[in-house]
Design a protein around this ligand. Structure first.
Ligand code: SF4
Ligand code: SF4
Length: 380
């Protein structure tokens, strides 16, 4: 079976001792894993029916979080106490298997164990894939393809269809623009203008986007969008960033401020810093960071979960907007959220200009949220 692993090329991986960041995600067990967990009291005690996403299953099939919002029940002093039999969900990290029109492997760049250079991530992923029976992959793929076909049909009926290859090809022509200071503001303004696209030539669509006047109020757009993202009571659902000291930092918004909190294994939090919402402005980006942001835009453009996220947003809006404008709008919003996240980190670290290092840190602080976004297709 053909599986797209190109995102893994040239990447190495080595899990960092004392990190444990991925143990803040609630693992769900497969039916085979359930059989093992149900036979042992220690393992059984770690299970729950209550899922962090609000679901409640008939039988306990997820692992509890300590204090209902901290790390996995089985994590002690940042070490997994059931390493030999940890669920497939945990073994996969930082690789994700996405199924839509094909199977594609994605890398969670929030993991600090990922390195540029080397190729062992591909070898690691091949081993992971060998544990999944071909018949299961075929079943998941057939199901996901049906959903993707239905989505295409709905788009065609609404007159908004654009082929995925065309969306990607036009977007790839925008990368020089995205490297410029006002590139993101142009993407947002173009999507907002909702132009008729139909079957215009690719070059012409890219040119229209290039010459769009940039949106003027992106500071405010970024502030509101991110403020909403952090405006969640349940700490288990907040974005997490593991910093250079391997501290787990969560961000939560309260009335007119953002609080950075250090999350502990048992779910307790310690305040790190409170920042007034209005004090966070989009910081200047140096040329290296602009290149890194543009590389991230290319990565999103190649990811099937991103395409699936665009599709789910299109569905949410009842197929009213041309797929190209939704695609460009979602890309612009993601890049703006990333820029704002970098600006928040700059504020916390008392840095004025976003450089290459900070741009990489912001991707670590952001990629997990991006991969968690709603998508048609599914992660298995
Ligand atoms: S996030 Fe990455 S480095 Fe950290 S514990 Fe998980 S796999 Fe290891
Ligand atoms: S089972 Fe182990 S690896 Fe998996 S989340 Fe829990 S502590 Fe982490």
């Amino acid at each position: 079976m053909m599986i797209d692993m190109s995102e893994l090329d040239g990447k190495g991986f080595s899990c960092l001792e004392g990190c444990g960041m991925c143990c803040l995600c609630q693992p769900e067990l497969t039916s085979n894993e359930m059989k093992i967990f149900e036979t042992d009291e220690y393992l059984r005690n770690g299970l729950t029916r209550e899922h962090v996403n609000g679901r409640r299953t008939a039988k306990p099939n997820a692992i509890k979080l300590q204090g209902g919002r901290g790390a996995c029940y089985f994590l002690k002093n940042r070490l997994c106490t059931i390493n030999e039999i940890k669920p497939h969900f945990c073994r996969q990290f930082p690789v994700h298997i996405h199924v839509m029109r094909r199977i594609q492997l994605n890398v969670n760049l929030s993991c600090r164990g990922i390195t540029e250079g080397g190729n062992n991530l591909r070898a690691y992923a091949k081993t992971l894939m060998s544990y999944i029976p071909d018949s299961r992959l075929a079943d998941e793929l057939s199901l996901a393809k049906n959903i993707a076909t239905e989505f295409d049909q709905r788009c065609r009926s609404a007159g908004i269809y654009q082929a995925p290859e065309r969306l990607r090809s036009i977007t790839s022509k925008l990368m020089p623009m995205i490297k410029r200071e006002d590139g993101i503001a142009k993407l947002l303004a173009y999507a907002d203008g909702e132009p008729e696209i139909g079957d215009l030539a690719e070059e012409e669509v890219a040119n229209q986007i290039n010459v769009t006047a940039p949106a003027k109020d992106i500071d405010e757009i970024a502030r509101e969008s991110n403020y909403d993202l952090f405006n969640i009571d349940d700490i288990a659902k907040l974005p997490v960033y593991v910093d250079e000291k391997l501290r787990w930092i969560v961000f939560q918004s309260f009335s007119d401020e953002i609080r950075a909190l250090i999350l502990e294994e048992d779910g307790k939090v310690e305040p790190l810093m409170n920042i007034r919402k209005d004090d966070i402005e989009l910081a200047q980006r140096d040329p290296e960071s602009l290149n890194i942001f543009a590389d991230y835009a290319s990565l999103l453009n190649s990811r099937d979960p991103f395409m699936g996220n665009v599709a789910s947003i299109c569905d949410l809006h009842d197929y009213r907007h041309d797929l190209m404008t939704v695609y460009v709008g979602v890309l612009g919003t993601n890049l703006l959220d990333l820029w704002w996240r970098a600006s928040l980190l700059a504020r916390i670290k008392s840095i004025k200009t976003i450089d290459g290092c900070l741009a990489m840190e912001s991707i670590r602080a952001y990629d997990m949220d991006c991969l968690d976004a709603l998508t048609i297709g599914s992660f298995i």
